[in-house]
Structure formats: structure tokens, C-alpha cells
Design a protein around this ligand. Structure first.
Ligand SMILES: [Fe+2]
Ligand SMILES: [Fe+2]
Length: 280
């Protein structure tokens, strides 16, 4: 009794699933509130296959290293009904909520514990309370959700896992739409984060993870590593406005294997079959 477990922890970060968008991951078929069904498009089925593969790959790492999995969901879990978009498939929030739950159920087969981070209000609703609602529903269903006091989700999560300090927030303070400067922006973010902590004589995080900008980037400053997770959504009509090519950002996420204050990253990223994944 009382022997401390020395199992390493695999912290699996992912975000921006935007379930409800016609350009995002979703289950192959969902029932609609007023009857009938909506079937995922070819590109959505590709995201769904990648999503299943992502969690299979996390499960493989879990087994290989005998680790516990702490899954960190980084916000924009759903698409919501925003900015008068027509690129949504759901008729009522109930349809969308069921699909979100089905998508995350796949992940809970692998996760031992959860952190839910709130996303953008346009997607997750006022106060990003959509995230809070999902996290509470999951906790009530028996999922092991790490709480922020009385709440089930976090605006900014900080935690020390197997001696490694993390910070996870949805939107970074700085970004770049210039492809070759995206890692530079991630390094700039690492510096902002490091300095904010250091300014108040608080130990900066070893790893800071961000989402929201829908591209993958990596940067360093001093002892802080910054990782920006990609999204599980292809470009919407709005996002095409910021794009200069038909390139599809690879969906995926990043796992950090933590043990005794040391960490090691494993990037999981899924290459489209062509520049336009569903063209074949
Ligand atoms: Fe997003
Ligand atoms: Fe966002």
C-alpha cells in the first residue's frame, strides 16, 4: 500500500475539432432532430479516418511506454452557428451535441484523464460555455475530468505532470499568416509566455501548447517550448480568404511523454493523399 506509481504520463494535445462544420471531422452519419440523416462528405470521412488513427497511435504509444494518458482538448470542440455561416450541417444544437459526444467518445477509449480548454466564443458560445457543457456531461458520465475549482473546463490550464510544467490555452497572443514565419511566431509566443511568468518570479512552463490559428508551429525561448496544434477542419470559405494555395494543413496533435521532470514529444500528423485530400 502507498507505493507511488512511477508510470510515465503521455499528455495528448489536440484541438479545433469544429464538429458541426461541413469542413470538419464528424461521425460518418448523424441523425437530424427533425428526422433524416446527414452523411459525412468524402473529406469529412477522411478527417474521421485520421481521427480514429490519431487515437490508435496514442494507444500504441500508451502501450509501448506503459503510460497513463492525459488528454487535453484545446477548444473549439464544436463549430456552433456563427457569423451567418452556411457551412454547418446541423439543424439544432442537439444534433451537434450528439456528434461532438460521439467524436470524443473515440478518444475516451484511450484517455485515462481529461482536461478541457475553452475555445473561441463564436464557436463554443458565450463564455465558451459549450466546452463547459460537454466537459460536465462527460464527467457526469464517469469520465475522469480534471476540474478548475467548481468548473469542468479551463480558460487557461496549467499543471505539473510527472514533473513537467504545462500551460494550455486556446488562442495565442501572436501568430503569422506568412508560412515561413509561423515557427518564428511560435518562438515569439514562447518568449511572451516565458517573460510573463519570469516577470512575477514564477517558474515558466516547460511546455506551452496553443490552438486556434489552425496551423502547426513550433518555437522555443529559454526553457519554454511552444507548440501550436493544427485543426481538424479544412479551410472554410472564410479561411480560403487567408490562403495562398490549395494546401491542406495536416490534422493531428502532439503527445508529450513525461517522466521524472523530463519530456519527449511525439508529433502525430496525417498527410493528405494529394494537395486536396479528397480529390482522388
Ligand atoms: Fe478553431
Ligand atoms: Fe478558435
Amino acid at each position: 500500500m502507498g507505493k507511488k506509481s512511477s508510470r510515465p504520463v503521455l499528455v495528448a494535445h489536440h484541438g479545433d475539432t469544429h464538429v458541426g462544420s461541413t469542413a470538419s471531422v464528424m461521425p460518418p452519419k448523424v441523425g437530424l432532430d427533425s428526422g433524416g440523416t446527414y452523411e459525412a462528405s468524402k473529406s469529412q470521412l477522411w478527417y474521421w479516418k485520421c481521427w480514429l488513427r490519431f487515437w490508435r497511435d496514442v494507444a500504441k504509444l500508451k502501450k509501448e511506454y506503459g503510460a497513463k494518458v492525459l488528454a487535453v482538448s484545446g477548444g473549439d470542440q464544436r463549430e456552433g452557428d456563427h457569423h451567418e455561416t452556411t457551412q454547418i450541417w446541423f439543424e439544432s444544437e442537439a444534433d451537434q451535441d450528439r456528434a461532438v459526444e460521439e467524436v470524443y467518445q473515440v478518444a475516451n477509449e484511450v484517455a485515462d484523464e481529461w482536461v478541457f480548454v475553452r475555445g473561441t466564443e463564436a464557436h463554443d458560445g458565450p463564455l465558451a460555455a459549450g466546452t463547459e457543457g460537454y466537459a460536465r456531461t462527460f464527467a457526469e458520465a464517469g469520465w475522469n475530468v480534471r476540474q478548475d475549482g467548481e468548473r469542468y473546463s479551463w480558460y487557461i490550464w496549467t499543471g505539473v505532470v510527472a514533473g513537467v510544467k504545462f500551460q494550455d490555452k486556446h488562442s495565442p497572443q501572436t501568430k503569422s499568416r506568412v508560412p515561413h514565419l509561423q515557427d518564428v511566431a511560435a518562438s515569439r509566443q514562447a518568449q511572451y509566455t516565458w517573460e510573463e511568468y519570469a516577470h512575477d518570479w514564477i517558474e515558466p512552463p516547460d511546455v506551452a501548447v496553443w490552438h486556434h490559428v489552425h496551423y502547426r508551429a513550433r518555437g522555443w525561448y529559454q526553457g519554454t517550448f511552444c507548440y501550436v496544434c493544427p485543426a481538424w477542419q479544412a479551410r472554410t470559405a472564410w479561411a480560403v480568404g487567408n490562403a495562398s494555395s490549395p494546401r491542406v494543413e495536416r490534422p493531428g496533435g502532439v503527445c508529450f511523454l513525461c517522466e521524472g521532470g523530463r519530456w519527449r514529444p511525439f508529433e502525430l500528423s496525417y498527410k493528405p493523399e494529394s494537395a486536396v485530400a479528397w480529390a482522388k
